[in-house]
Design a protein around this ligand. Structure first.
Ligand code: PXP
Length: 254
C-alpha cells in the first residue's frame, strides 16, 4: 500500500465554465497545472459522449502536458467503441470505466459489472494490453466487486455519492450506513487483490472518513474543488484538500 493517498483532481467543470461562453477561457490545462503545483498527484478528466464539458482537444492537450511532466492522466469514459479507440490513441496512464446516460446531470450510479460482465471484460483486456491501469467505477456492493475482479481490472473506484449525499443532508444514520458499506467493500476488494480508489461528491467534510479507510489509495475529486476555487482560488482549494487527506489517512505521512 502506498504511503500517502493520491489525489486526482477532476478538471471537468473548468471546461463546463469555459463552454458556457464557447471560447477558450478558462483553460482546463492551466487548471490542471495549478492543481499539480498545489498537491494533486494526477489529473482526472471525463470525456463524455455528448462532450458537455471536456473535449477531444482537451484530452489531447492534457495528455501532452502530463506526459511532459511525468504525471498520470486518469481518463474516465463510458464503455463504448468510440471511447475505446480514443483511449487507445492517447494511451493514458489510467482509464476508469463509468456508466453514462445522456440525461443524467453527473455519473449517478456505479457500473453494473454483474449484468455487463461479458460486455465490459473485452474492454478491460484491450485497455490493459495498451498499458492502461483499468479501474471500474462501482457501488460498494459485494457482487459488483466480485464481478469486477473477474473482468481482470486491477482497480475499483468506489462510488462515494451515497455517503456524501447523506452526510450533506444531515442524515447521520444514512451516512454511517453508507460509510460502513464503503469500509466493507474496500476490505473485500483488497482481499481479492484489487487496488481501491474512491470518489464522487467528496468535499472538505466528507473527505476525512473516506481517506481514513485503510485500503483506499487514491481519491478523485472534482466539482467541490472547482466550486471552492471561486471563493479561495484553485491552488488553495487543492492544498486544503491535500492537507485533510494527509491528516486523515493512517499511512499518510508525507
Ligand atoms: N470519480 C468518478 C469515476 C467520477 O465519474 C467523478 C465525476 O465525474 C468523480 C470521481 C468526481 O466527482 P465529483 O466531481 O463529484 O468530485
Amino acid at each position: 500500500m502506498s504511503a500517502r493517498v493520491r489525489l486526482g483532481v477532476n478538471i471537468d467543470h473548468v471546461a463546463t465554465i469555459r463552454n458556457a461562453r464557447g471560447g477558450a477561457y478558462p483553460d482546463p490545462v492551466r487548471a490542471a497545472i495549478v492543481a499539480l503545483e498545489a498537491g494533486a498527484d494526477g489529473i482526472t478528466a471525463h470525456l463524455r459522449e455528448d462532450r458537455r464539458h471536456i473535449s477531444d482537444g482537451d484530452i489531447e492537450k492534457l495528455a501532452m502536458m502530463l506526459r511532459e511532466r511525468g504525471r498520470p492522466l486518469n481518463l474516465e469514459m463510458a464503455v463504448t467503441q468510440e471511447m475505446l479507440s480514443i483511449a487507445l490513441r492517447h494511451r493514458p496512464h489510467a482509464v476508469c470505466l463509468v456508466p453514462e446516460r445522456r440525461e443524467e446531470r453527473t455519473t449517478e450510479g456505479g457500473l453494473d459489472v454483474v449484468g455487463g460482465h461479458n460486455w465490459i471484460t473485452p474492454f478491460v483486456t484491450k485497455l490493459r494490453e495498451a498499458g492502461a491501469r483499468v479501474s471500474l467505477f462501482i457501488a460498494a456492493d459485494e457482487q459488483q466487486i466480485e464481478a469486477a475482479a473477474r473482468t481482470g481490472a486491477e482497480v475499483i473506484e468506489l462510488h462515494t455519492g451515497a455517503f456524501c449525499d447523506a452526510a450533506r443532508e444531515g442524515d447521520g444514520e444514512g451516512a454511517a450506513r453508507a460509510l460502513a458499506a464503503l469500509r466493507r467493500a474496500a476490505t473485500l476488494a483488497r482481499g481479492l487483490g484489487l487496488e481501491v480508489h474512491a470518489g464522487h461528491g467528496i468535499d472538505y467534510e466528507t473527505v476525512s472518513p473516506v481517506a481514513a479507510i485503510p485500503e483506499v489509495v487514491e481519491l478523485n475529486i472534482g466539482h467541490f474543488l472547482i466550486g471552492e476555487a471561486i471563493f479561495v482560488g484553485l491552488r488553495e482549494a487543492v492544498a486544503e484538500m491535500r492537507r485533510r487527506i494527509d491528516a486523515a489517512h493512517p499511512e499518510s505521512a508525507p
